[in-house]
Write a protein that binds this ligand. Structure first.
Ligand code: NAD
Length: 484
């Protein structure tokens, strides 16, 4: 049976075609066991009316091969265009964004020559669901969605990655001290998974994101693998790229259960397109990550070493060329030629690359369902009368109590303002009114909530939305208000 893998490639826009040609030449010369199916994505497709930047036929190719080597694309200016990357990530369920972040001193300037970290960012959830609403004249909201399977996938992937690549430490970054249910879930899942015996050799730690981000900026050499939620990962990977100085050379991977996409970190650089001056390293490094994922560690090692040797031999494209250290300035094609000439050689100043067949495939455990009980409801109300006096809204709302539910408290911007709220709290027009079950069992019904809503409306209130309060296996599954 052939061990050749059929992958989808796209040349993209701007410098995309040049760096893709260079990368494909290197892959071919190194003997990568790949077959290619090419699709067209990006600006042309957007301007031809494909709102996601890809045609339905090309989409089928992507779904069939499920491995995608992608050059950067240009998103046309103006509204209405959907991000192709987001569409691909969501459709192929690419839950993990993997960004190795290394220093290549002295060839690339950095204050931290020993940086060698990998940022593993959850790719599908968190605030990136983009579910936002204006609820009152003064208040908007964005929903932060975090799922247990989402946390399990990314945390397990990070631990497996550390194991496969011989990494020593995994640092989990969250804001679980404030967001106890969303970030708290991420931290709990990380801690559970990291206790499994197969990970006994890997040191694990959790840090709050603010100090974690500061550490990435100030002591990046102390970090190894970082695993975190989508938004923090977005920010931290840019900090890491900046301190390492090597964003122009970096590749990244988006990995799913049975699909993956590999690309350079940089964009389509339209300012230098078509001039044979772009550095193809980002896409070459992305292709190397792809080969490792496809269990072609031998070819990945060959390319990784030839690339490092080219760098240390001083064969540089204009973006990293320095009179003091570079030996020869080359263009995109010349750089690819230099890498090809060095296939089979190893670097002498950098530690040589050594990739095994490190494709990581994870499965998620099934959990027994937990018992869910409805114990109350938060009713959100738009109210902007009587100088926004909490006692006025509170006393009026307390009158709709009854039929198994009573008003427990009201908060404004998360702070308790009724009953007995702090004096002089600044209030907006957005009130969260918590009603709890009065039955001895502690539970209430949906129809009791429906009739409560009717009473709230009949009392003249504009209710914006409700959030039900649940327990799972008798554990409270909603946050308490500040001061509750
Ligand atoms: P960019 O990364 O394309 O360019 C920033 C600067 O870096 C430019 O001066 C460019 O010339 C230089 N540069 C980038 N890659 C280089 C390379 N390989 N060799 C030498 N120099 C290089 O970022 P931008 O200018 O903000 O974005 C340009 C376009 O790329 C935009 O349309 C943006 O939406 C798109 N973009 C696409 C992706 C992607 O497809 N994954 C990612 C980022 C940006």
């Amino acid at each position: 049976m052939s061990d050749t893998t059929s992958i989808t490639i796209a040349r993209g826009d701007g410098i995309g075609p040049e760096i893709m040609d260079a990368t494909l030449r290197v892959l071919k010369a190194a003997g990568a066991r790949l077959e290619y199916e090419e699709i067209e994505i990006g600006e042309k497709q957007y301007l031809a009316g494909q709102s996601s930047g890809i045609s339905p036929e090309d989409w089928k190719t992507l779904l069939k091969n499920r491995i995608f080597l992608k050059a950067p694309i240009t998103t046309p200016l103006g509204g209405g265009y959907k991000s192709l990357n987001v569409t691909v990530r969501k459709s192929l369920r690419l839950f993990s964004n993997v960004r190795p972040c290394r220093a290549y001193a002295p060839y690339v300037n950095t204050n931290f020559p020993n940086i060698d970290m990998v940022i593993i960012r959850e790719n599908e959830e968190d605030l990136y669901a983009g579910i936002e609403h204006q609820q009152t004249d003064k208040v908007v909201q964005s929903l932060k969605l975090v799922s247990r399977p989402g946390c399990e996938a990314i945390c397990r992937y990070a631990m497996e990655y550390a194991r496969a690549y011989g990494r020593k430490k995994v640092t989990c970054l969250t804001k679980s001290n404030i967001m106890k249910h969303t970030d708290g879930l991420f931290q709990r899942v990380f801690e559970q998974i990291s206790q499994e015996p197969q990970y006994a050799d890997i040191h694990t730690e959790h840090r709050i994101i603010d100090i974690g981000a500061a550490l990435v900026a100030a002591h990046p050499e102390d970090l190894d693998v970082i695993v975190t939620l989508n938004l923090y990962g977005d920010i931290v990977s840019d900090i890491a790229a900046l301190v390492a100085g090597s964003v122009g050379l970096a590749g990244s991977a988006n990995i799913g259960f049975d699909a993956a996409m590999f690309e350079a970190v940089h964009g389509s650089a339209p300012d230098i397109a078509g001039q044979d001056i772009a550095n193809p390293s980002g896409l070459i490094n992305a292709a190397t990550m792809m080969l490792v994922h496809l269990d072609q560690g031998d070819i990945a090692t060959k390319i990784g070493n030839a690339w490092l040797k080219t760098l240390e031999d001083g064969i540089h494209t204009g973006d990293i060329y320095k009179e003091s250290i570079s030996k020869q300035k080359v263009g995109t094609k010349g750089f690819a030629d230099a890498v090809i000439e060095r296939l089979g050689q190893v670097p002498s100043s950098f530690p040589p690359a050594s990739f095994k067949n490190q494709g990581i495939h994870i499965t998620l455990p099934e959990h027994p369902p937990r018992t869910k009980k409805l114990v109350g409801v938060d009713v959100f109300i738009d109210w902007d009368e009587n100088d926004r006096d909490p006692d006025v809204i509170g006393d009026r709302l307390a009158k709709v109590d009854g039929d198994g539910l009573r008003l427990k408290l009201i908060t404004n911007r998360g702070v308790k303002v009724y009953p007995e709220g702090l004096a002089d709290i600044f209030c907006t027009d957005h009130w969260r009114c918590r009603f709890v079950a009065t039955a001895e069992s502690g539970v209430c019904t949906h129809s009791q909530i429906s009739s409560l809503m009717l009473r709230v409306a009949n009392a003249g209130f504009d209710f914006i939305k409700t959030e039900h309060l649940y327990t799972f296996d008798d554990e409270r599954a909603y946050s308490l208000a500040q001061g509750e």
